[in-house]
Design a binder for this molecule. Structure first.
Ligand SMILES: Cc1cc2nc3c(=O)[nH]c(=O)nc-3n(C[C@H](O)[C@H](O)[C@H](O)COP(=O)(O)OP(=O)(O)OC[C@H]3O[C@@H](n4cnc5c(N)ncnc54)[C@H](O)[C@@H]3O)c2cc1C
Length: 377
């Protein structure tokens, strides 16, 4: 069997890993000009982490992980206003860069990846799918997979215009090399929140710093110059922000997007199927997207290689995704509080959570389930 996977991200690489081991001939096309490194810090846990362990990636992930010992909120002077020590209950949470997770999977994927290429057109009939690529070449495959993220091109081709649910926030992230800022932030996740705004920083190895920005914005239109837009919203907020934003890169080193969730009634159409954010984006507010993308790729491969079908794949995944998306929407108000009362309430919760034993309770309450997903069919 032959599959063309559009998108060499978390879901696409994981699916290729499993299908090629089951004897499929797999090829990936990726829009980015080269492997997408860096990105932003993610917490990786739950069913996706279990899939990664089954793939033998545990040691690689532990080598790439960063110790996050504390969540700490600061004010404009950089003074801590509340904090949560992360000393217990997080053994199975691996904090790492999205790019490092993708690299850990990619190292064992033998299928070829063509960079700087996307799918232009797809025509399917009972015998297969004819795909035209942006480099002018064509492919004939048994299955076309859209693993190309929340703005999926394959989704557009198979399902037309699907508008993701906008959660009212824009997100941006980049990695900066700056020994002084990196030392100042250290191995705690520091955040500054003001009504409708959140900026976070975490020190990486080699004098680098991962920065994340979130702000409430009713307008879905993306800014023409995202670096200038960030400076406009965050540049005057004190802490390390003026220095960090003075050296904000342009895309693609600067990641920027709307925060959205993708909800679809069907994830497949004949011989075309979607996986990961393309059909099930849960948003960064749910903190589960990479884990769910890996779990979904595993479930899809399991259905395709053990006598199941695409309906079975969606039936297994969709209920958990609905639950995680609901959880994500509830969390918006805590990650990016819209008013000062919520900021005060959040700080009080953190103080309570800092009591012995309470931290574990608090963190567990942030993690919806889904472990049953990855039992074989
Ligand atoms: C700031 C932020 C923080 C996050 N934090 C967490 C977290 O803590 N825990 C967690 O589990 N998840 C987190 N996530 C979510 C997680 O990163 C995503 O859900 C996950 O990467 C989805 O995997 P995917 O393979 O579907 O998409 P991606 O990993 O985005 O991969 C999609 C790939 O397709 C490529 N592509 C896009 N369009 C095309 C096209 N037209 N043609 C060809 N290729 C294309 C892209 O370049 C990319 O390589 C976070 C996301 C953000 C933005």
């Amino acid at each position: 069997m032959k599959a063309l996977v559009c998108g060499a991200g978390i879901a696409g690489l994981t699916l290729a890993w499993h299908l090629e081991r089951a004897g499929w001939e797999v090829e990936l096309v990726e829009r980015a000009a080269a492997f997408r490194d860096g990105g932003y810090m993610i917490d990786f846990y739950g069913p996706g982490y279990e899939v990664a362990q089954r793939m033998g990636l545990r040691d690689r992930l532990l080598a790439a992980r960063y110790p996050v010992n504390e969540l700490s909120y600061v004010n404009r002077d950089g003074r801590q206003t509340s904090h949560l020590a992360l000393t217990s209950g997080l053994e199975d949470v691996v904090s790492l860069l999205r790019g490092d997770l993708a690299r850990a999977i990619a190292q064992d994927v033998r299928s070829p990846v063509t960079y700087g290429t996307t799918v232009e057109a797809a025509d399917q009939d009972a015998s297969g799918v004819k795909v035209r690529l942006s480099d002018g070449t064509t492919r004939e495959v048994d299955l076309l997979v859209g693993a190309d993220g929340s703005r999926s091109r394959v989704r557009e081709l198979a399902f037309g215009d699907v508008t993701p649910r906008y959660l009212g926030h824009r997100v941006a992230a980049y990695v900066l090399t700056d020994p002084e800022l990196s030392r100042q932030v250290g191995t705690r996740y520091q955040m500054l929140t003001e009504p409708g705004l959140m900026a976070g920083a975490y020190a990486l190895r080699d004098d680098r710093l991962a920065l994340l920005f979130l702000h409430r914005e009713p307008d879905r239109a993306m800014p023409a110059d995202p670096a200038a837009d960030l400076r406009h919203h965050f540049g005057g907020r004190g802490w390390i922000l003026p220095e960090a934003l003075a050296r904000c890169p342009a895309p693609p080193e600067l990641y920027h997007d709307l925060v959205t969730q993708v909800e679809m009634e069907r994830w497949h159409q004949g011989r075309i199927v979607l996986v990961g954010d393309a059909c099930q984006a849960v948003s960064l507010f749910a903190g589960h997207g990479a884990s769910m993308a890996m779990a979904a790729a595993w479930v899809l491969a399991d259905e395709l290689t053990s006598g199941g079908d695409l309906t079975g794949y969606q039936d297994r995944m969709a209920p958990v995704i609905t639950e995680v998306q609901r959880f994500g929407r509830r969390f918006v108000q805590w990650m990016a509080p819209s008013n000062r009362w919520r900021i005060v309430a959040r700080d009080l919760i953190f103080r309570f959570a800092a009591l012995p034993g309470a931290g574990r309770l608090f963190v567990n309450s942030l993690s919806p389930g889904g472990h049953h997903l990855i039992s074989p069919r």
